[in-house]
Write a new protein. Structure first.
Length: 220
């Protein structure tokens, strides 16, 4: 094999390794961000239920957080309300994470990063997802902006689960997700949802690109 051929093979392998690690990092950051937002939202939810927190208190909380963490994005009063809605919509979201983290602190939402192999699309163990296990894998693979869209546009929980799974399976960008919701894909497909397979999204999928973009923009 010529030097050019061996060099081309080597640089292709290196590019794959870099892309894999970057995507793993983006997924990990995204998962931790969702964990943080759920925890903040749950605290607000609990305080509203017990102490009667209203809009003014959330605005005060937003101002205090901005003052304490000036470099952190996502602490507007509007986003805090989305965090509250997120915690309210998925009350079990943190349960599988907590159990998994007791085993391995690098294992998030039932997808241990150590189990992922270096390849463009990394195959993991197959998961027969039931209605409650949606919270363990696909939910944590979507960006925060996907979730905001779903909370705004989809009120039915079964329909929302459908779009969560479809977005994670197909690597949909937020714009594609909006398009599918507006075109009523859920109703046209007869509510059919395939079993979800635990995989890293393709490097070239819109979801992966958006996640990598968020990785460089989000500071928390």
């Amino acid at each position: 094999m010529s030097l050019e051929n061996t060099y081309a093979a080597a640089i292709a392998q290196i590019k794959t390794e870099i892309e894999t690690i970057r995507l793993r990092a983006a997924i990990s950051v995204n998962q931790h961000l969702l964990m943080l937002y759920w925890k903040i939202g749950n605290i607000i939810l609990e305080q509203q239920n017990t102490e009667g927190w209203g809009t003014k208190v959330i605005e005060r909380l937003s101002n205090d957080l901005r003052r304490e963490f000036p470099d952190m994005k996502g602490t507007s009063a509007r986003n805090l309300k989305y965090m509250r809605a997120f915690a309210d919509a998925y009350p079990e979201f943190m349960q599988p994470m907590v159990a998994q983290l007791k085993i391995d602190e690098n294992s998030i939402v039932q997808v241990p990063l150590a189990q992922l192999e270096s390849s463009a699309i990394v195959q993991g163990p197959l998961a027969q997802l039931e209605s409650t296990s949606i919270l363990q894998v696909p939910l944590a693979k979507l960006t925060w902006y996907h979730h905001i869209t779903l909370m705004d546009k989809v009120k039915d929980s079964d329909e929302r689960i459908f779009y969560i799974k479809k977005s994670a399976e197909n690597g949909w960008s937020r714009n594609v997700l909006v398009h599918q919701i507006e075109n009523k894909l859920y109703h046209r497909q007869g509510k059919a949802v395939t079993n979800f397979t635990q995989t890293l999204p393709s490097f070239h999928s819109d979801l992966a690109k958006e996640m990598l973009k968020d990785l460089t923009n989000l500071i928390f």
